[in-house]
Ligand binder design. Structure first.
Ligand code: URA
Length: 214
């Protein structure tokens, strides 16, 4: 029997995720609090995104007796941050998997066309043998995410997941149409974009809130 296709969009509705996201959305949340909350929430999101990673048995010895225990098997992980706001999610993910490799994609959004323009790309070796988790807190128009996945696939990546904090329906539609093989994980699916490409109700500019640049 054929397996059903996995759902492409997963909204992570865990109560702790939702509570922390609400704190992050509030306009009076400081940059220090925002940064800390993003790190905490990325632990919870990372837990969900990695929940189906394969395990293998390994023989070990506890202080009391030998046992067969489970350890991660399969592909090595590569976290790919879409700069600069992606770096906020990256830290928490590295807390979970300190041995993961890290790649960076630098894309800026042309404020006239809202199109993504690449200015930086640095990846670890053997991308095709890794599970790449691409992170960016805001999936807005989807232009940056689509462009990041385009360049990542050009560099050899084959097994990719996309993780964000807040997604707009427009961004989800763009990403699923351009990259139907990439599962998307988000903490929230918001209402829509405004005319400047910001997510409503959203949380504002994630990079500015993270780094206190506004
Ligand atoms: N990028 C952000 O930081 N916020 C948005 O609402 C949209 C894109």
């Amino acid at each position: 029997m054929q397996k059903p296709a996995p759902r492409q969009l997963t909204v992570i509705d865990h109560p702790l995720v939702q509570h922390k996201l609400t704190l992050m959305r509030r306009r009076d949340t400081s940059s220090a609090q925002f940064r800390q909350l993003l790190r905490e929430i990325s632990h919870l999101l990372g837990y969900e995104v990695t929940r189906d990673l394969p395990l293998e048995p390994v023989q070990i010895e506890t202080p009391l007796m030998p046992m067969q225990a489970m350890q991660l098997s399969g592909k090595k992980l590569c976290f790919v941050s879409i700069m600069r706001a992606g770096d906020g999610l990256l830290q928490g993910l590295l807390d979970l998997v300190p041995s993961a490799r890290v790649g960076h994609v630098g894309l800026y959004r042309d404020h006239e066309s809202l199109q993504a323009v690449k200015y930086y790309f640095k990846m670890p070796q053997a991308l095709s043998e890794r599970l790449c988790l691409v992170v960016d807190p805001m999936l807005a128009t989807g232009n940056s995410a689509v462009a990041a996945l385009d360049v990542l696939k050009e560099a050899g990546a084959k097994d990719i997941r996309f993780l964000c904090l807040v997604a707009a329906p427009e961004g989800v539609a763009a990403l699923t149409s351009a990259h139907p093989d990439v599962p998307i994980f988000t903490a929230a699916l918001d209402e829509r974009l405004n005319e400047k490409g910001y997510i409503l109700p959203g949380l504002g500019d994630a990079g500015d809130r993270l780094f206190g640049t506004k």
